[in-house]
Every structure is written in C-alpha cells, then in structure tokens.
Write a protein that binds this ligand. Structure first.
Ligand SMILES: [Fe+2]
Ligand SMILES: [Fe+2]
Length: 160
C-alpha cells in the first residue's frame, strides 16, 4: 500500500496516460486540419475519427482520476482555476524566461499570449464560481440533509 504522501504509481500512470491520450487527440485534430487543407480528405477523416476515440480513452482515465461521486461543479471549477493559475503564474513565465535566454522570439510571443489567455480563463472560472456560490451552498445543504437521512436510516437498520 502506498502511504498517504506518496502518490500511487497507478494514479501517476493514469495521469501520464491521460496526458498521452489528450495529446494524441489534439495532434490528430491538427493533422486532420492540415490533411484537409492539402486535399487529402481520406487522411483527414481517419485522423478525425481516431481523435474522437482518443477523447473517450482520456475520459476513461478521468473517470478514475476524478470520480464522478466526488466531483461537484464547484470542485471542478476549483480544479480548473488552480490549473489555469499555475499556467499563468508559474509555468508560462518560466518557459518565457528560458525562451528569452535562447532568443526564441516566436516562443516568447506564444508564451505571452498564453499567459494572457490562461489569466482570462482563470478569471472567467472564478467569476462563474462566485456567481454560483450561493446556489452551490444551497445544494451542499440539501446533499448534507440527504446524507444525514441515509445515515440515520442505516443506523436504524443496524440497531434493529
Ligand atoms: Fe488511445
Ligand atoms: Fe486555458
């Protein structure tokens, strides 16, 4: 058994597999776009069809990484805010710095664009979360009531 602090090797593998399937999806969509522009419709079609399947493979991994029973809309917004914030505060600034050092101006411009976009995404998610906070709080109360109800019923059953 893995301890609480060491991530399970299977969870780490699921994360890599999820990354791989996600990349395959986007890469095939990109290949399809170029193939279609080049007039190779049959090639575009097989990339598009396969890309759709890669999405399902990635979803399968996500089912295990973010189990449905634990993922409320509020929780998913929090995860998204965390990811986008990491991108614009740490990841892209670091990549930008290294691109400047290497003199890769195209990459610097690309990272600048992504810093702005990730910031905007994080802000949009935050706004959505704040707007829905009251609704989510009410939902959580209903869920808590249901959970208590089930617990009481179970206790009554066990006592009987
Ligand atoms: Fe796949
Ligand atoms: Fe984003």
């Amino acid at each position: 058994m893995a301890s609480q602090n060491t991530p399970s090797v299977t969870i780490t593998n699921l994360e890599s597999a999820f990354a791989g399937e996600s990349m395959a999806h986007i890469k095939y969509r990109y290949f399809a776009k170029l193939a279609r522009e080049a007039g190779a419709d049959d090639v575009a079609k097989i990339f598009e069809d396969t890309a759709d399947q890669e999405v399902m493979h990635a979803f399968g991994h996500l089912d295990l990484l973010y189990p449905k029973a634990q993922l409320t809309p509020a929780k998913s917004l929090e995860i998204a805010i965390e990811g986008e914030t990491y991108e614009y505060t740490e990841m892209y600034p670091k990549f930008r710095h290294l691109a400047v050092e290497e003199g890769n101006q195209a990459a610097v411009a690309e990272f600048d664009e992504q810093i702005a976009e990730s910031k905007e995404h994080a802000e949009n998610f935050k706004r959505t979360l704040e707007k829905a906070a009251k609704r989510f709080a009410a939902l959580a109360k209903v869920e808590e009531r249901h959970a208590n109800h089930y617990r009481d019923a179970l206790e009554a059953l066990n006592a009987g």
